[in-house]
Design a protein around this ligand. Structure first.
Ligand SMILES: NC(=O)c1ccc[n+]([C@@H]2O[C@H](COP(=O)([O-])OP(=O)(O)OC[C@H]3O[C@@H](n4cnc5c(N)ncnc54)[C@H](O)[C@@H]3O)[C@@H](O)[C@H]2O)c1
Ligand SMILES: O=P(O)(O)OC[C@H](O)CO
Length: 325
């Protein structure tokens, strides 16, 4: 049972996903705190009750209290949803008390390629969970039905977060496989960029399905190498999120691949594209460990300008013939 607390749940990060989570939590809590790093954004959210830059079309209910004062936001909290892009997570953690329970919601890696949950544990946080699943903010924010997973080694903590986040439109499962759930969300972004590259080259539905399926196989091998449970990749945080991201008009990662293939800039409207940065970390790791991650390595090479999308496609198609597996 989530402990009823003064002030209610706390969401740190007022981008698209943080805003959608705050709106979701407001369905079942009388008060929700949403922290924005920039006072200008906090002020705008308080005034117009709309996150026009990051989640247009979703109204912020009156229960959502927006602040740019981080210390005040977490002062009475026993746990908080950390929803800043992975590149900013280390800085955010430095500013938080280690007694705070953390629900890590970013789908990327820390500088150096470390998992965010490992970074949090290294920094001394004792209650850590990761949230991941097929959850486009644009749909969750509108209350469209979705499912997600909260993973923690601390089962009691996972159940508290599950109870806090469950609504009639968001079904929350728990898992103990932190590495598996976390890495599913991290890797699916890279495969979604690859699917977008195919879309940008107008390769068709067969090509997209092939990228998704071979990408899933690549995810399974990498997760296995990192000690994740074998079946987690076929759950919501793996296959589920991969399908949602690689096929969605909402996905920034898929759109980034499409833009690159068309010779355009990959970022849109200052929104975070985690897959490009992740591809570089993973390709470096694959190189160091002589580990075959062909789709990830192709995405890294294309995004760094070392290979054209057409050459990357040719290389993938002309790999040594082999058995499926
Ligand atoms: N948007 C989605 O549908 C969705 C769903 C699930 C998970 N995620 C993940 O959540 C994370 C955040 O994504 P988003 O879509 O909310 O981002 P976004 O692109 O919508 O917005 C990013 C927000 O973070 C702020 N920000 C940037 N750097 C920061 C820092 N160092 N400290 C504090 N705030 C900072 C920006 O000002 C902005 O408000 C990403 O890792 C993403 O993969 C996103
Ligand atoms: O828009 P994307 O590509 O960052 O994906 C958003 C979410 O991770 C989908 O679950």
């Amino acid at each position: 049972m989530s402990r009823p607390r003064e002030g209610g749940p706390v969401v740190l990060g007022a981008g698209g996903w943080g805003s959608a989570l705050a709106v979701t939590l407001a369905q079942t809590h009388p008060a929700v705190t949403l922290w924005a790093r920039r006072e200008a954004l906090a002020d705008e959210l308080r005034r117009i009750r709309l996150n026009a830059a990051y989640l247009p079309g979703v109204a912020l209910p009156s229960q959502v209290n927006v602040t740019s004062d981080l210390a005040a936001a977490v002062a009475e909290a026993d746990f908080a949803f950390a929803v800043v892009p992975s590149v900013g997570m280390a800085d955010l953690l430095s500013a938080l008390p280690t007694s705070l329970g953390l629900v890590l919601c970013a789908k990327g890696l820390a500088p150096g390629g470390q998992r965010l949950s490992e970074l949090a544990a290294e920094r001394g946080f004792r209650q850590v969970a990761v949230l991941s699943g097929p959850n486009h903010a644009e749909e969750v924010g509108l209350g469209l039905p979705a499912a997600t997973v909260i993973a923690s080694r601390d089962e009691g903590f996972a159940h508290r977060v599950q109870q806090a986040l469950m609504t009639p439109s968001l079904r929350v499962y728990t898992s103990r496989d932190v590495a598996g759930v976390e890495l599913g969300g991290v890797l699916k972004n890279v495969v979604a960029v690859a699917a977008g590259l195919g879309d940008g080259l107008a390769l068709g539905d067969n090509a997209r399905a092939s990228v998704i399926t071979r990408g899933l196989r690549e995810m399974a091998r990498y997760l296995g190498a990192q000690g994740a449970q074998a079946d987690t990749v076929y759950g919501l945080s793996g296959l589920g999120d991969l399908v949602a991201t690689a096929t969605s008009r909402h996905s920034r990662n898929r759109a980034a691949g499409e833009a690159i293939a068309r010779g355009q800039a990959p970022e849109r409207g200052g929104q975070v594209v985690e897959g490009l940065r992740t591809a570089r970390f993973l390709a470096e790791w694959a190189e160091q460990h002589d580990f075959d991650l062909p789709i990830v390595q192709a995405v890294a090479a294309v995004s760094e300008g070392r290979l054209s999308p057409q050459d990357a496609l040719r290389n993938l198609m002309q790999r040594q013939p082999r058995a499926e597996g």
